[in-house]
Design a protein around this ligand. Sequence first.
Ligand SMILES: Cc1ncc(COP(=O)(O)O)c(C=O)c1O
Length: 295
Amino acid sequence: MGEPLPICYLNGEYLPLRDARISPLDRGFLYADGCYEVTPVFDGRPFRFQQHHDRLTRSLKEIRMADPLTHDQWRALYRELIARNRSNDGKPADLYIYVQVTRGAEFGRNHAPLPDVPRTVFAFAAPWPDGRQGWRENGLPAVTAQDTRWARCDIKSVSLLANVLLRQLAVDEGASECILLRDGQLTDSSASSVHVVIGGELRTPPYSWKLLPGTTRGVIEEVADKAGVKWRSVPVSEVELRGADEILLGAATREVQAVTSLDGRPVGTGKPGPVWRKLSDAFQAYKQEVAGTPW
Ligand SMILES: Cc1ncc(COP(=O)(O)O)c(C=O)c1O
């Protein structure tokens, strides 16, 4: 991922990211007590803003926090961050916006009661990550591991230590992602939703506490309908994962990518498959369709 863009937002102020400071007593730092979102911005327009905003509000509610900003305040924040990080030629670049809300800092360290203190709201922008040369078009390697995350993976919490260590397993093997299994069933991956294709049908594990409800998954399911690809939310066993014709990853900064090897063995033909191609084309067409429309 590239270096972040220079201007960030912290608690009502826009300032150089290098100068941003928070208290060491912030509960985000002490307890990972907070939530986050990563939203792509194409041609200056946030993509699926509403879905990202809804998920942030839901994640916060699940950890007993009200959203500290209104919907309109979030929109203004996104607009301002995009404008202040415009490139020198003034053209809106493709980027992503990271936002994080933590419960804030009280003077001390107490698990509970949950303090009623000002929340910490932080956001920065970064260039669109191109990823490793060739992986987007030619497919990428993935590994599998037992899902060692906590029991509320539906919350987009900043408590990401398990995800970080799982992703490192992929890096150790020269792979791009670590696909997760719990009790013999596919759940998620370290930072993307996982879909399999079996007999031409796209299958994704149902929404539950075991996985993050991906915004990209929503796009993939919508464009699958347009592209005439049948899809279902159904449990996917380890055996089905390993025998799948295609395995796809979906995430805001990946869009839809093909996994062409799993634990060193080829997936299907070992090349990105026809369902990936259809969905990837339909995804790009959808992006074009919404470009420049109100958000
Ligand atoms: C564990 C996990 N699953 C799935 C996703 C995909 O979510 P989205 O499509 O909203 O980026 C992410 C994204 O960060 C993730 O961390």
